[in-house]
Design a binder for this molecule. Sequence first.
Ligand code: MG
Length: 363
Amino acid sequence: MTTREEKSELSPAALTAVRRRLEEREALLSPFAARGSTSRGRKRPEPPSPLRTEYQVDRDRILHTKAFRRLKHKTQVFIAPQQDHFVTRMTHTLEVAEVARTIARALNLNEDLAEAAALGHDIGHGPFGHAGEEALAELLPDGFRHNYQSVRVLDQLENGGQGLNLTFEVLDAVEKSSKAREDILAEGWGVPVTLEGQIVKIADAVAYLNHDIDDALRAGIITEEDLPPAAWELGRNHRERLDTLIADIVAASWDATGARTDVRPQIRFSPRVHALANDLREFMFRRVYLYDATRREAERGKRIVQFLFAYFVEHPEAISPGFSLPDDPVERRAADYISGMTDRYAIRLARELGCPEALEWNV
Ligand code: MG
């Protein structure tokens, strides 16, 4: 049998040197950083990659999935936007990854793990953002949550139903990246076991707060004058607000660098900035996320998901292979298939099948 090393053009000595150098770099990270070499590992053990750490491997696997590519046509807040500058799940995901990497690097934590988990954190989001999620949650007996679905996509559905065999730490960070409604960092699904997982959770909030303001301004739902005092305290524009939030997280989480080892570090905002971020988030809920026009579009998306679900439960033979597990109950298979769809694919398909809500929707 040919090993990876034999197929490569680098000599075995060079490959060993690369791997050793990568591990030496990881050894220089904070004592609180996650390290590939001490990962809790993968469900199915694999030989290590000669050129990449465990978390680099995970990042690449996520990036090369079809599910990742489909994020470009999935809603962040504004459904199936016609204009090119609105944020989609793809650009949101990339922004989360960049914010997470900046924080991880500043705190001397594992940037590769933060990046991998950030790239996967929303991969289970269905079409029409939270409206699609709500529709599926009502239709499935066990409910539907995008964070669990992200883990399901990565761990079971991708790679022809084999899953990507990712490390425990990446899957844990993806599962726990989601937050409950009460607070910008509310513990809805537990605390990630790694600080890098905590970074992804906070980076998600930093990214969406900022780009959703931009999109709401772009859509004309709010004007700059409407922004609450909290927004101005954080900064005069997108760039300043991002800077303030990220610098605050790094300062408030400094123990994570190993500066002190007698405490259990946590990734957080300072109390003042935490309160400002929450004020801003409340404003966004009131004026943007729950705004009538946003809701109307969302209702339309929800009805399309309900229509498609009823159709596929009735016609399981129409579920394309590779998007669900053949032995699962038909409801689960329908939900897996629909949640993999982009907004535009769901709208077009619903239109072809005669769904009244989809007929007028130009995508
Ligand atoms: Mg997100």
